[in-house]
Design a protein around this ligand. Structure first.
Ligand code: PLP
Length: 445
């Protein structure tokens, strides 16, 4: 027998990574790379952080697992207190799972159960409205909400397809309008869709505050989230913010919705929550929702073996303590400004950079074949893959993506270093990025 890992791709063989330290990764040949995208916006505290390693190791020495149907653990109780301390006011309940997709499905199920408990078993409120050009996970349940077009096509016969509206994509507006004279047609589409379906059938609207992986950090106009909140309130629909990528300090705020002073009913989190030290995810729930269940049936009819896992709890509590003690969110904000300034210089000079966009330490770069017409590169040219390769050769890891709007595929990537990066490290990232993109544009244009 010759056991092998079924790889994500048989076409390329990824190097074996053996060590991490701060923003650096080291492979088995001793080559060092800057982790310019924190894995996939996970390793918010960088690699090898002693405080988190000690907290998880100490927890392993106490109790490694206790089944959530029978026990609570101190680690998970502490994690809930820490998470709620950085969440918007009035969201004090945290349901812990093992990753983002599980957390999204928990949010969707909770929204349905909330209305059943509140209005009775005959309620028809169940559908969740989502958005195109979004990503909420790769399970069958989450892919019905969103997903990369290529993956969706393959698996779509399996989905429970959610109704969808367009995402805010000002660079390629789906309504062919221009901000601000557009009056935010993209946000107003939510109300139209609710009215078409009938609010009595809709339980929730789900969206990423800044769209992450599909189209590269699509950042909404200032009015977008307040408008969405108002519509959800008016039609009695829960607002679920998928902060799997944007949460836990990534955008220079505790949670991304804080930028617009909007409080969702459920925040979905994962990735940065335990910063990659242990698989973790969770939903942070408005008190009124949790208390409707408490005063009704008395239980959330849902569960996984790893709910409230003590190792995840210990890592999460340690990550949030670390963020507060070391002013990580403030650093993300300050270094984010430095990164933004550097990216804007690259945008002004590199002929294939169409747009840079983002907040804090979450930035997307959209690549185009023609800046005047915004025409994307033909897909076979593999522009984002080439940019990624050129950066990797210069020891910088970026996160490539490809979006699709109205049948047109594009190229983009995310640049999102650990939130503990220093000014000197940001400058080094920008230097390598500029060189990598110069080399790629010379080959592509
Ligand atoms: N939601 C968003 C916004 C994500 O970016 C991701 C993962 O990239 C997920 C959900 C799914 O998380 P996971 O891969 O942990 O299942």
């Amino acid at each position: 027998m010759d056991g092998k890992v079924l790889p994500r791709s048989f076409k390329t063989q990824a190097p074996i990574i053996v060590k991490g330290e701060g923003i650096y990764l080291e492979d088995e040949s001793g080559r060092r790379y800057i982790d310019g995208c924190s894995g996939a916006l996970i390793s918010n505290l960088g690699h090898g952080c002693p405080e988190i390693i000690e907290a998880v190791t100490a927890q392993l020495g106490r109790i490694e697992f206790a089944h959530p149907s029978r026990w609570r653990t101190e680690a998970t109780e502490e994690a809930a207190r820490e998470v709620a301390s950085m969440a918007p006011e009035g969201l004090d309940y945290v349901w812990f799972v093992s990753g983002g997709s599980e957390a999204i499905e928990s949010a969707v199920k909770l929204a349905r159960q909330y209305y059943v408990e509140r209005d009775g078993a005959t309620t028809s409120k169940a559908q969740v409205i989502a958005r195109w050009n979004s990503y909420h996970g790769s399970t069958i349940g989450t892919m019905g909400l969103a997903g990369s077009m290529a993956r969706r096509r393959l698996f779509s016969p399996l989905f429970l397809e959610a109704p969808k509206i367009a995402a805010h994509y000002c660079y390629r507006c789906p309504f062919e309008a221009t901000y601000p004279s557009c009056g935010l047609l993209c946000a107003r589409e939510l109300e139209k869709t609710i009215r078409r379906i009938g609010p009595q059938y809709v339980s929730a609207f789900i969206a990423e505050p800044i769209v992450g992986s599909t189209v590269g950090a699509l950042t909404p106009p200032e009015e977008y989230w307040p408008m969405i909140r108002e519509v959800c309130d008016r039609y009695d629909i829960l607002l679920i913010a998928d902060e799997v990528m944007t949460g836990c300090g990534r955008t220079g705020a505790n949670f991304c919705v804080d930028h617009w002073k909007v409080t969702p009913d459920i925040i979905v989190t994962a990735k940065g929550m335990a910063a990659g030290y242990v698989p973790t995810g969770g939903i942070i729930v408005r008190n009124a929702i949790a208390e409707t269940l408490r005063d009704g049936s008395g239980a959330f009819l849902h569960g996984h073996t790893y709910n409230g896992n003590p190792l995840s709890g210990a890592a999460t509590a340690a990550v949030f303590r670390y963020m507060k003690k070391h002013h990580v969110v403030e650093n993300a904000r300050a270094q984010g400004e430095r990164l933004a300034t550097g990216l804007r210089k690259i945008e002004a000079t590199n002929p294939m950079v169409g747009e840079v966009r983002g907040k804090g330490l979450m930035w997307g770069v959209e690549l185009v074949a023609d800046r005047a017409t915004r025409a994307p590169f033909p897909k076979p040219r593999g522009a984002s893959a080439l940019a990624t390769k050129e950066c990797l050769e210069r020891g910088l890891v970026i996160y490539p993506g490809g979006g699709m709007i109205d049948g047109v595929e594009g190229d983009n990537f995310l640049i999102a270093p650990p939130l503990v990066a220093t000014a000197a490290e940001i400058d080094e990232i920008l230097k390598r990025l500029e060189e990598g993109l110069d080399a790629a544009s010379k080959k592509l244009l």
